[in-house]
Design a protein around this ligand. Structure first.
Ligand SMILES: [Fe+2]
Length: 649
């Protein structure tokens, strides 16, 4: 670096320190908001009044000098908001749950209003806004990319070359301000602080159960990186290492997802499932596309790829197509070649992740790993980290993908920028919106569904009996889960002992590819009996092997490779869900339920009305909305029976 460069870096560092100091002084001197406003808003009893009332005590006791941070993102896939109050996440709402547009890029106007209403807040009650992208950095990244392969690289400016993001993201802060002003009908906004994209992913460490951990972030690309490593201790994260934004296994996975005929930035999990059916015929060839480096880094061999000039428009060079064949056409049947390519991609990804993690554990003593970013949703690779490296405990947040980036940006600001201590551990994923029980009953009545309102014990026993009888139960409770997976509050549940249940679920409800597995939810204390796992996995982020001699007990939960994508359920995090699985275990001897998301080819349901609508559009047997239980009417003539005959014991 030349002397003027050093001078500029020094000046920037000093300015940054001054800014942080003045911000701390601002919050230290800040008076609490008038309680009158909060009480009045809470008394309004909005849609989410249950949650507002539940948390009213917390609001009334709002501590002096506490900070309320709203994270928000637009113009990229999975837009949404997150609210952090005095270091505690109280709401995370993705816009897709409310506008029903999966992976929506639209400004999260509905989520913003709903989050503020649920907490009885005005925008003026927010101390600072954060967003999980630094647009100037992103502009520099793309300017460098365009310069590197000019003029073909001008294709990167075309929307179709980067469909998961609007072009407007390069002016993110301006666009956010405009949209928030328009949505909230105000010209006065809290200060907006941009947080680096990988910094936001890494900040999930602050919600982890670890006092100290290594932190790995891997996704498609951030504002200037695709893979990043940090060291976390207490309320600090230290950046250690990164690859550049275009050197990305996450992007390769997405390009191959599209190559195999699925939707990029959405269906990567399908490719992971399909990989278990493939042979090894392409594994050696695929390893050639990525060079592993001695320091734990990697380098994509760009003689196979053209995405640095054409993005999603034309990601592959002829050499790739000559080696692996043409892409799967729309509607083309899956062939052995497609399955083998999926396997080659998955194996190479696993080997790369292991390569990075092994280098991390060579350099640093901690055996705790926090893994975040979209690649961390690869639960097969995650299980291999535990099985094949020195890592002893892994924690992947339920919102590892960009659905958690707004929350991460608030955590980064609270701890890293303001220096506040950690007071929170994420023990459950139920940070979405909740709706009044009365609204559930009204939705059932409007749909003409007869229902019974049960007490706690009767409700659990009735649902468990239905499940043991082979019936499909739609299970809707409390606040919805954050992240892409249903974890017991917006779930469709079924009996894992019946091998045919996967086909039944697909036929009656999900209508998804037959090769995709359904996940087993197991009582945390019994997980080790059935699965080769020695740590909790409350967010369905690991796919351990099913123990020898146990697979025949839960055939519907066993993937073709002998693994299961488990969720371990603690009573403390969701008592009613735990009791249901326990009651099913008491009836059947198997403390495990099949769990899939409450939806059909759409975002997971959020409201009671959406739940009722999904129930009516499908052929599920039982709908449980809070304390209300409705059963499907008798089958129309000619339809298959709703309930399966009990299996021979
Ligand atoms: Fe990301």
């Amino acid at each position: 670096m030349n002397p003027s460069g050093v001078w500029r870096v020094e000046l920037a560092a000093r300015l940054g320190t001054l800014l942080r100091r003045s911000e701390r002084a601002h919050f230290a001197a800040r008076r609490p908001n008038p309680p009158r406003l909060r009480s009045r808003r809470l008394a309004l009893g909005r849609d989410c009044g249950y949650q507002g009332r539940r948390q009213a005590g917390l609001l009334e006791a709002w501590p002096e000098n506490a900070v309320r941070i709203l994270g928000i993102i637009t113009d990229t896939h999975d837009t949404g908001v997150a609210l952090l109050e005095d270091g505690v996440p109280v709401l995370v709402v993705e816009e897709e749950r409310l506008n029903r547009d999966k992976h929506t890029k639209r400004f999260p106007a509905l989520a913003l209003r709903a989050a503020l209403d649920a907490r009885g807040l005005e925008l003026a009650d927010i101390d600072i806004l954060t967003t999980p992208w630094r647009a100037p950095r992103l502009r520099r990244t793309f300017a460098r990319a365009i310069a590197k392969r000019f003029p073909e690289s001008l294709n990167l400016l075309r929307l179709k070359s980067h469909t998961p993001q609007n072009n407007a993201i390069v002016l993110l802060e301006l666009h956010l301000r405009q949209n928030i002003c328009r949505t909230m009908r105000t010209l006065r906004l809290p200060r907006l602080q941009a947080v680096g994209h990988h910094d936001a992913h890494a900040a999930m460490f602050f919600a982890s159960p670890f006092e100290a951990a290594q932190v790995l972030v891997m996704d498609g690309y951030g504002d200037d990186a695709a893979t990043s490593i940090y060291q976390g201790r207490a309320n600090r994260l230290e950046w250690e290492w990164k690859t550049d934004a275009f050197n990305s296994i996450g992007m390769i996975y997405t390009f191959l997802t599209q190559f195999l005929g699925f939707a990029g930035f959405a269906d990567e999990g399908k490719v992971m499932a399909l990989a278990a059916y493939g042979d090894d015929s392409f594994v050696a060839a695929f390893r050639e596309t990525i060079r592993l480096e001695d320091d734990g880094g990697y380098r994509i061999d760009m003689s196979y790829f053209d995405y640095d000039a054409y993005g999603l428009l034309r990601p592959f060079r002829q050499k790739f197509l000559d080696t692996f064949g043409p892409p799967r056409r729309p509607g083309e049947a899956l062939s052995d070649r497609h399955r083998a390519v999926a396997r080659a991609l998955q194996v190479t990804t696993e080997e790369l992740v292991l390569h990075i993690v092994r280098a991390m554990t060579r350099r640093n003593p901690s055996r705790n790993l926090v893994f975040s970013g979209g690649v961390a949703l690869n639960c097969v690779a995650n299980a291999r980290i535990l099985a094949d490296t020195d890592v002893e405990r892994i924690w992947v947040p339920p919102c590892a993908s960009d659905s958690g980036a707004p929350l991460g940006s608030t955590l980064w600001h609270h701890h890293q920028t303001l220096g506040r201590p950690r007071t929170y551990t994420m023990s459950h994923p139920y940070l979405g919106l909740a709706y009044d029980e009365a609204r559930s009953a009204a939705a059932l009545e409007r749909a003409g569904l007869a229902f019974t309102r049960y007490g706690e014990r009767e409700l659990v026993q009735t649902a468990a009996r239905a499940l043991a009888d082979g019936r499909i139960v739609a299970w809707y409770q409390g606040a919805f889960e954050i992240g892409p997976r249903a974890l017991g509050n917006r779930s469709i549940l079924a009996d894992p002992r019946r091998a045919e249940m996967r086909d039944v679920l697909n036929a009656k409800v999900k209508q998804r590819e037959a090769f995709r597995p359904f996940a087993p939810a197991v009582l945390a204390g019994r997980a080790g009996e059935f699965f080769e796992i020695e740590q909790p996995d409350p967010f369905m982020t690991l796919a351990p092997r099913i123990r020898a001699g146990k697979a025949h007990l839960i055939p519907a939960a066993v993937h073709v490779d002998g693994t299961g994508r488990i969720q371990t359920v603690e009573r403390a995090s969701n008592p009613r869900y735990y009791d249901l699985i326990e009651a099913f275990g008491a009836l059947t001897g198997v403390p495990i339920l099949l769990n899939t998301s409450f939806n059909r080819q759409e975002p997971i349901v959020a409201t009671p009305e959406q739940a009722v609508d999904c129930f009516l559009r499908t052929r599920m047997d039982v709908l449980v909305l809070g304390n209300c239980l409705a059963e499907r009417r008798a089958a129309a003539a000619g339809e298959p029976p709703d309930a399966l005959a009990p299996a021979a014991e």
